[in-house]
Write a protein that binds this ligand. Structure first.
Ligand SMILES: *[C@@H]1O[C@H](CO)[C@@H](O)[C@H](O)[C@H]1NC(C)=O
Ligand SMILES: *[C@@H]1O[C@H](CO)[C@@H](O)[C@H](O)[C@H]1NC(C)=O
Ligand SMILES: *[C@@H]1O[C@H](CO)[C@@H](O)[C@H](O)[C@H]1NC(C)=O
Length: 220
């Protein structure tokens, strides 16, 4: 009986692979690791070489709920909530530097015993991923950086110019402590509204994100 049930599970798994059945993002494995000044939550799933996806702001790991299961067919996909976001906590020392976030990513890799990974990073996540690659080049096999001007290309001048205030979020988050002291629900709703133009995110994806924003620890 045991063998038969093993066999049927095996055949079922084969059929799922053959049919390209996707995993349900909500069923992915979760872990939480306690670091010196922050508690980091991440999800992971899949088979094959590791692929670390680092989300931007104002987002969290749910950002990968559609693409994640597709990639997990061929990769072990790891999706953290970066410090201050999703189910990760705020930093006790208020350290949200790229360097600090980079150490969180390294801690996740260490926890999973991963010595080398592919990395894709978006927006704020680019700073963290770049820091990981600079500090631990041996840990990064290939890296793709999207939608984030790295320092050294004039961005610092742009954000200190009055033009920056045309984007409310740049101005808001430039005010020290404002986001932490603000009501998190308000902050999250403001941030999500940013995407509600129906152009950058579908209504289905938006309601998925809204339903699952936990607001337990992070800003969003
Ligand atoms: C996964 O690998 C298969 C076989 O190499 C390939 O046909 C498919 O396009 C890959 N899918 C993704 C999402 O990379
Ligand atoms: C933030 O964390 C980084 C990485 O651990 C560290 O190098 C830096 O000194 C910290 N900054 C502050 C202000 O604590
Ligand atoms: C990592 O390796 C250690 C030591 O071999 C092992 O105890 C641990 O279970 C491994 N962790 C994972 C997530 O595989």
């Amino acid at each position: 009986m045991k063998f038969l049930s093993f066999l049927s599970t095996f055949v079922l798994s084969l059929a799922q692979v053959a049919l390209g059945e996707l995993s349900n993002f909500d069923d992915w494995e979760h872990e939480r690791i306690q670091l010196e000044d922050v508690s980091i939550h991440f999800r992971y799933h899949g088979q094959g070489p590791p692929l670390l996806l680092v989300h931007g702001f104002p987002q969290h790991s749910l950002t990968w709920h559609t693409i994640g299961p597709i990639l997990a067919q061929n990769y072990t996909v790891i999706v953290p909530d970066i410090r201050g976001c999703g189910d990760s906590s705020l930093s006790l020392t208020k350290n949200y530097t790229a360097a600090a976030g980079g150490t969180d990513l390294k801690a996740i890799l260490d926890y999973l015993n991963i010595t080398e990974t592919y990395v894709f990073a978006h927006d704020k996540g680019v700073g963290l991923a770049s820091s990981l690659a600079i500090e631990h080049p041996q840990a990064v096999k290939r890296i793709i950086l999207a939608e984030y001007p790295l320092p050294g290309f004039g961005y610092t001048t742009t954000v200190t110019s009055p033009n920056a205030y045309l984007n409310w979020q740049l101005a808001f988050f430039a005010v020290p402590d404002a986001a932490e002291y603000e009501n998190p629900t308000w902050t999250a709703n403001r941030a999500l509204r940013f995407f509600e133009d129906g152009e950058h995110i579908s209504s289905v994806d938006l309601s998925y994100l809204k339903d699952r924003v936990t607001l337990q620890g992070g800003i969003i």
